[in-house]
Design a protein around this ligand. Structure first.
Ligand SMILES: CCCCC/C=C\C/C=C\C/C=C\C/C=C\C/C=C\CCC(=O)SCCNC(=O)CCNC(=O)[C@H](O)C(C)(C)COP(=O)(O)OP(=O)(O)OC[C@H]1O[C@@H](n2cnc3c(N)ncnc32)[C@H](O)[C@@H]1OP(=O)(O)O
Ligand SMILES: Cc1cc2nc3c(=O)[nH]c(=O)nc-3n(C[C@H](O)[C@H](O)[C@H](O)COP(=O)(O)OP(=O)(O)OC[C@H]3O[C@@H](n4cnc5c(N)ncnc54)[C@H](O)[C@@H]3O)c2cc1C
Length: 670
């Protein structure tokens, strides 16, 4: 036991940088670090937030436990008079999916984004004080991605000055909204607005669905839970629900009227605000999900890295620091490094691009408030594309971390199966990842067509202004070290991205209609979108390194991580880089050489690099990822805690095992 604990201490002693300074870089600022650290410890030390028994709870127990925790969170927020920032950290570290995620994450933002000032003054205090609990009811049984295809209707009745909300078909039933099944009292419902016999398309409406007195559904409302979801624990603590309306009436002023409104006379009036602002809550949540992807991936990487340093398999026997013969740490196998280290690098890359995206979103909101809508298309493309890229990579990465831990990774107590089950739907919710990439490609094709009109591309597409150069430039790498030059890397990624996009744009012209072209070429368009989004992540990582980064050795570690992130992408997408002529086969081989050498350079720092995430053992929820590395005794302890081990002879023995054994013995004797 002693020896295992020593392993991680020894690993930590080898770090070539200041972990404390890296913690601040990871958190974003000293202030963010201090607040998150304080709240993480507060949660970890409070038995009310225990979560180690989730895997063995039944659905009903799990749901009730999540309700209890959500109520307790609210109590602690008020008792401690936490600020909004502290309260968000508290919800985050409690790490239990419940209705509050949708209430704070979607219901409140939808009101802020789509309601008029007057409507906000009425509804926000109620929501902020939890006098009402809200959900975001957009998706239907028949349509999720195709928002324009939603079927729920909101028909204006001029006589009573009301909207009649109705579900005309089974497929128009709302399906999936979190917190809807059993908890929410109100919902922002997306429905087709019909007035004067005309259909004006999908709009948002604030609808009360349950009584505030006895919690029963209001007349005309049918509501319930959609059933168990993938994995034990994970999303089963939350009541994703269905909802049907039978001519439910709401006052006219409960239509969210920032984008457009209906007058007392039933006239539909558009404002000067673009209709896409109706989708504003989705843009908001997508940028949060990018930050969430870096957290989910870094959690898995932290577990897999610590365990890989503790775990030993095969010889040749090495001597440990006490001169004893020991097997090889699995982290020293090059195959383990080539699977794990790029994931560690990706966690940092996603952290920084998430930070940038938050800035982009804040900037967008400031511009919108000043009636400047110019950056909305880019913000939509960036949030959609980066949400897609980072969640797909994080979900795959978590699964890889589980395999990196061998058999023990499959145990619930490793924390990895539940982390995977809880995160993988991020590839679908808030926009299916392929559908979102197609949105990015549409934006890219538009940008390319505008180049011919002389319109200067801005922001993340600014590189397209250099299309002539990027289409014909040749990569200058001659030796492996040349791949450490950020401008060489950047140009290779820009060349690959623009060449894929331009090829798509050229091929699109060969079809009878753009629609047909988009349909036929959609796999190529998705690849072009991925290349563009990877370029954004690469360029934001490189930009981060150009900032003033303090702390002993911190910048050097980040440079190594950045090199690994970029070179591994080249390695994985070699087909793209070679087929577009962005690099040559010889340069590809030099990139692989450099990548291998970066792994060796990073090796002694990896434990410290995952320590810099500053995750408590409570938050990690993993025996394999424990800070002290004391894995085996704790695994043994956990095994004993399983309810099956409550009795020596299991339930069912007398009914099913004993008679069987007896019968077989008798048969044998005959
Ligand atoms: C403490 C706080 C915690 C907060 C936590 C909150 C969240 C999660 C955070 C962490 C995760 C942890 C737990 C998660 C818990 C629960 C899960 C959370 C949320 C899930 C909720 C949902 O899933 S809500 C439902 C989401 N649905 C979708 O995303 C549907 C996807 N489809 C679409 O977005 C669109 O329909 C479309 C983009 C595919 C539209 O296609 P199309 O019909 O072709 O386009 P139009 O509608 O005609 O658009 C025309 C025009 O507008 C542009 N556009 C489209 N969308 C937007 C937009 N959002 N913003 C700006 N512009 C947009 C589009 O590109 C077109 O432009 P052009 O004409 O110029 O080409
Ligand atoms: C855990 C979870 C929580 C959720 N929470 C909420 C919530 O709170 N509120 C809410 O309103 N919704 C919620 N949703 C619903 C979610 O937003 C939708 O599931 C999502 O938008 C995808 O839509 P869909 O299910 O209709 O998939 P579909 O669009 O049916 O996708 C099925 C397949 O078709 C493909 N596809 C679809 N359209 C195209 C296209 N144009 N081109 C190429 N391929 C295409 C997709 O890539 C996918 O492979 C939640 C979903 C989950 C899983």
């Amino acid at each position: 036991m002693e020896r295992i604990m020593d392993h991680l201490a020894h690993e930590r002693s080898k770090a070539q940088f200041s972990v404390e300074e890296m913690k601040i870089i990871w958190a974003g600022s000293l202030h963010a670090f201090q607040v998150s650290d304080r709240i993480a410890r507060l949660v970890a030390s409070d038995p009310g937030f225990r979560k180690d028994n989730r895997a063995v709870l039944s659905r009903k127990e799990l749901f009730k436990s999540a309700l209890r925790k959500a109520a307790y969170v609210w109590k602690r927020i008020n008792e401690l008079a936490l600020s909004e920032e502290e309260a968000s950290w508290l919800r985050f570290y409690v790490d239990e999916l419940a209705y509050a995620y949708i209430h704070w994450g979607m219901f409140v933002p939808a009101i802020k984004g789509s309601a008029t000032e007057e409507q906000q003054q009425k509804w926000l205090p109620l929501a902020n004080n939890m006098q009402i609990i809200g959900t975001y009811a957009q998706t239907e049984l028949g349509h999720g991605s195709n928002v324009r295809g939603l079927e729920t209707t909101a028909t204006f009745d001029q006589e009573t000055d009301e909207f009649i909300i109705h579900s005309p078909t089974l497929t128009s039933s709302k399906w999936w909204p979190g917190g809807l099944g059993k908890v929410a009292t109100h919902a922002v419902v997306y429905a087709r607005l019909i007035t004067d016999g005309q259909d004006y398309g999908v709009h948002g409406f604030l609808v009360q669905i349950r009584s505030l007195d006895d919690h029963f559904p209001l007349p005309g409302v049918t509501v319930g839970d959609i059933g168990m979801k993938f994995g034990s624990g994970a999303f089963n603590s939350i009541d994703n629900g269905f909802l049907r309306f039978n001519h439910v009436r709401i006052p006219r002023n409960q239509m969210l009227m920032k984008v457009s409104r209906v007058t007392r006379q039933g006239k539909y009036v558009e404002s000067n605000v673009p209709k896409q602002l109706l989708y504003g809550a989705m843009v908001y949540v997508r940028q949060i999900i990018v930050a969430d992807a870096s957290i989910a991936l870094s959690r898995a990487v932290c577990i897999a890295t610590r365990y890989s340093a503790v775990r030993r398999q095969f010889g040749p026997p090495h001597e440990d620091e006490n001169g004893k013969g020991v097997e090889t740490q699995v982290i020293d196998y090059k195959t383990q490094q080539s699977r794990l280290f790029p994931l560690l690098a990706s966690a940092y890359a996603f952290r920084f691009v998430g930070e940038w995206l938050k800035w982009l979103y804040t900037d967008l909101i400031q511009k919108l408030e000043a009636n400047d809508f110019s950056t909305l298309p880019e913000a939509h493309a960036c949030t959609a594309g980066l949400k897609s890229l980072t969640t797909s990579a994080a979900a795959d990465g978590i699964k890889e971390c589980w395999k990196l831990c061998g058999g023990h990774g499959y145990l619930s107590s490793s924390g990895l199966p539940e982390l995977y089950a809880a995160f993988v739907p991020a590839c679908t919710y808030e926009g299916d990842n392929i559908v979102l990439l197609l949105q990015v490609s549409r934006f890219l094709m538009k940008t390319i067509s505008q180049l011919q009109t002389g319109k200067k591309p801005i922001g993340t597409t600014a590189y397209m202004a250099h299309v002539e150069h990027l289409i014909q430039c040749r990569c200058t790498v001659q030796k492996a070290e040349d791949w450490l030059n950020p401008s060489v890397i950047l140009e290779a990624f820009e060349a690959r991205a623009i060449r894929l996009s331009v090829a798509c744009a050229e091929n699109l012209t060969k079809f009878a209609t753009p629609l047909q072209g988009f349909s036929e070429l959609s796999p190529d368009l998705v690849e072009a979108a991925v290349a563009h989004c990877q370029l954004i992540v690469v360029s934001k990582f490189i930009e981060k390194l150009q900032q003033n980064i303090e702390g002993n050795g911190v910048k050097q570690q980040l440079e190594t991580l950045c090199n690994i992130y970029c070179l591994n992408l080249i390695h994985k997408h070699l087909g793209d880089f070679l087929s577009t002529g962005s690099i040559s086969p010889k340069q590809a081989s030099l990139a692989s050489d450099q990548l291998r050498s970066r792994y060796s350079k990073l090796r002694s720092n990896v434990i410290a690099l995952v320590d810099a995430f500053n995750y408590t053992d409570h938050f990690l929820g993993s025996v394999l990822g424990r800070y002290d590395g004391n894995v085996y005794p704790k695994l043994y302890e956990e095994a004993w805690k399983d309810p099956l081990n409550d009795s020596i002879v299991p339930d069912g023995y007398h009914e099913y095992i004993q008679p069987l054994l007896k019968q077989q013995l008798q048969n044998a004797r005959l």
